[in-house]
Design a protein around this ligand. Sequence first.
Ligand code: KG4
Ligand code: ZN
Length: 333
Amino acid sequence: MPVILAIESSCDDTSAAVCRDGEILSNLIASQKIHEQYGGVVPELASRAHIQNIVPVVDQALTKADLPLSAMDAIAFTQAPGLIGSLLVGAQFAKSLAMSLQKPLIKVHHMQAHVLANLIGDPKPLFPFLCLTVSGGHTQIVICESPYKMEVIGETIDDAAGEAFDKSAKLLGLPYPGGPLLDKLSKEGDAKRFSFPEPNIPGLNFSFSGLKTSILYFLQAEKNKNENFITENLTHLCASIQQRIVSILMKKLRKAAEQTGIKQVCIAGGVSANSHLRNSFEQLGKNLGWNTYIPKFEYCTDNAAMIAISGYYKYLKQDFAELTVSPTARAEW
Ligand code: KG4
Ligand code: ZN
């Protein structure tokens, strides 16, 4: 019955979670509001906010789990990929705890953890499963054969899906991060009002930068004719953009399922909170006879529960890290 304390600090959320025997007992997240005024995450400010947040967040995770620090069997942390300054705060904290408690340290790959968030709670997907991971920094299709064996079979060649949402929202004058707001406004809009082009990328890879450019040029041309174009059409623009981003994602996921013959299909990452993506995914799964899985909302965006579940499986294999391990901004899969 290993009890694991996990720490996630790869970007702008400071999170701590406790899991016992693969069951999440607590998952606390401190989101950093400071970046909103800058229209994006400012790495140096993120590091400083992690330093301020990490002790209270870990403390609250232990309190919620109703367990003392001495009850932890191992400390898991996000080692890569992410903002290096942010990762360093979590890594140093985890290493210090492991050293002082004399407990093993477990390093976790952030993107693999997003995939394994699907193993939290029930029902769980059966192996092998496909996972479309869509976040602010990544867009990947992964075959997960076991918690220890995952392979990326498709990924973005430029922007991530979350960036496509956030940058489009910015073009519409919406505050950062625009994804959730674009989702909300789309509910009132007509997705068929405007049609944005679909990129023609071979295989299972994605591209979103052309879409962003076409939205930019379209808005410029329309604003030249009517300066109130965006305000008068905001919800329809949101719905049309969202519809296109989601259709690009679903087309490749469908292709991946057809190519591999896998019918256990999951989505993960911050963008899997998008309501149109969730609905389209469920609908596609129904039509094609898939078993579909989406993690609970709090396990979709950055969180330490997914680090804890990944740490749990590594603990079972006694896959521990040296105390000399360093975080890295980029990491091999
Ligand atoms: O996984 P995540 O929390 O952080 C990263 O690892 O990047 O993902 C954050 C991304 C942001 O781009 C945010 O705009 C997007 O997820 N996002 C959404 C929604 N909720 C979060 N995008 C569209 N619709 C949403 N409801
Ligand atoms: Zn993430």
